[in-house]
Design a protein around this ligand. Structure first.
Ligand SMILES: *[C@@H]1O[C@H](CO)[C@@H](O)[C@H](O)[C@H]1NC(C)=O
Ligand SMILES: *[C@@H]1O[C@H](CO)[C@@H](O)[C@H](O)[C@H]1NC(C)=O
Length: 131
């Protein structure tokens, strides 16, 4: 316990000394699509702690959740953002990979058609089917 608390304090002091409250998060310098890290508020210390996005992703302000950051593909302009039960193919008719909207977070998550099937966008371009 003591060791964990010390590590948190060390991390918090490495990150900017910016004060925060609650458990919101922001991109460094408020810039979208640049940083592979985001600043997560540590509600216990009241300071931001620098966290890494998943490999290959960069930080965006979450358009569906004000006060929170999200990580998404570089150049997506926050194409991570989505609403409802929507999905889109990564390479229609070529691979089975698609992105499925995760309703609670408002972000796309990677998904795949069952083995051997390819992804196609449906007629309204708001969903996919595998075939
Ligand atoms: C912090 O996160 C928890 C769990 O995700 C959530 O239930 C809670 O409302 C959040 N608190 C604030 C102040 O945003
Ligand atoms: C496309 O898929 C979405 C999500 O499943 C669905 O809501 C929509 O009705 C579908 N559109 C058509 C034309 O099938």
């Amino acid at each position: 316990m003591v060791r964990i608390a010390a590590a948190l304090i060390a991390l918090a002091s490495i990150a900017s000394a910016q004060q925060c409250s609650g458990n919101g998060s922001v991109c460094p310098n408020g810039q979208d699509g640049v940083s592979s890290t985001y600043l997560q508020c540590n509600s216990w210390s009241g300071q931001y702690v620098s966290m890494n996005c998943a490999a290959g992703q960069v930080c965006y302000a979450n358009p569906n959740k004000p006060g929170y950051a999200m990580c998404g593909a570089p150049g997506s302009g926050g194409s991570g953002k989505c609403t409802g039960d929507t999905a889109k193919c990564v390479a229609p008719g070529q691979t089975g990979a698609y992105q499925q909207c995760e309703k609670w977070s408002g972000q796309y998550v990677n998904a795949n058609c069952p083995s051997g099937l390819k992804c196609y966008n449906n007629a309204s371009n708001t969903g996919v089917y595998c075939q």
